[in-house]
Design a binder for this molecule. Sequence first.
Ligand code: C2E
Ligand code: MG
Ligand code: MG
Ligand code: MG
Length: 291
Amino acid sequence: VRLAELLQRYNTQFPKREKSGATIELSKQDLRRGLKKGTQRLAYQPKIDLKSGELVGAEALLRWKDPELGNIPPNHVVSSAERHGFIDELTLAILHQAVMDRAKLVAADLPINIAVNLSLHNLRMPDMVEHIIQIVTAKGDKPANFTLEITETCLIEDLATALEMLIRLRMNGFQLAIDDYGTGASTMQFLQQFPTTEMKIDRSFVVAAPLSEHGCAFLSTAIELGTKLGQVTVAEGIETFAQCTLATKLGCQQGQGFYFSEPLPLDAFIAWARSYQPGWLKQKTDLLICT
Ligand code: C2E
Ligand code: MG
Ligand code: MG
Ligand code: MG
């Protein structure tokens, strides 16, 4: 049995994540029609420097509203696109949108880094690297202003190909993030080989950390490992003051989550960023760390 298959069976038998209900399957026609009409929208969620409270970047998250089926969660759209051979097209359309949106952010005096999620399947077609570079640089933007996020589970399935493409992307200047760190099964040896610049620690560790010493040990160790490997560490899914202060205390560099803001449509994101006060966070966390 192949490792990927075995892992999949294991995960089915011992599910680790919250139940998300049945998977919604989009047909080939739904996807084709959606892509043609530009059904894909992006929502932006801020990434905050935990020490200074500054806004340092945003992650672009896919939102898809089918005319008949309504809102479809992004991972369902992505898995349907993977199954029907539309994932490269979808990812490139998302990247294109993100590049145009970044130009609007720059014009609004918010020249922040934008993160876009890639799927494992995107790392199979060698051409993708050229397409990605082309889309980002077409109107004069730079790869260094973008972060490409790849989930850890994806990384281990198709190691050699994924590694080669990631190295090429990194050499062209892109920032690379391991997404949902801690939920896959990468050994330290895998981690050592990957040319990533950022480690996004999965929300489950952030949730567990303030609840027990056991939970805290995992978050603390993940942050320490990421830091020692020279990665930017990001705590995902921060919802509460306690999670925020603990991640900060443990030395995590950045945070993302509902505590700061939900993912927002571009215009709402710009409005949020304009009225955002970095000092707000620092005051709150300083208060707790002193006591
Ligand atoms: P992800 O990349 O790990 O994105 C973070 C997810 O956590 C997002 O869910 C976000 O809305 C959610 N989140 C953020 N803060 C909080 C919080 O404080 N609490 C909770 N409970 N959740 C929070 P979303 O937008 O539903 O996306 C789910 C996943 O779908 C993403 O996980 C990513 O793996 C995938 N995805 C989303 N957009 C894209 C895309 O454009 N391309 C690809 N390939 N995958 C995407
Ligand atoms: Mg992500
Ligand atoms: Mg994530
Ligand atoms: Mg996650």
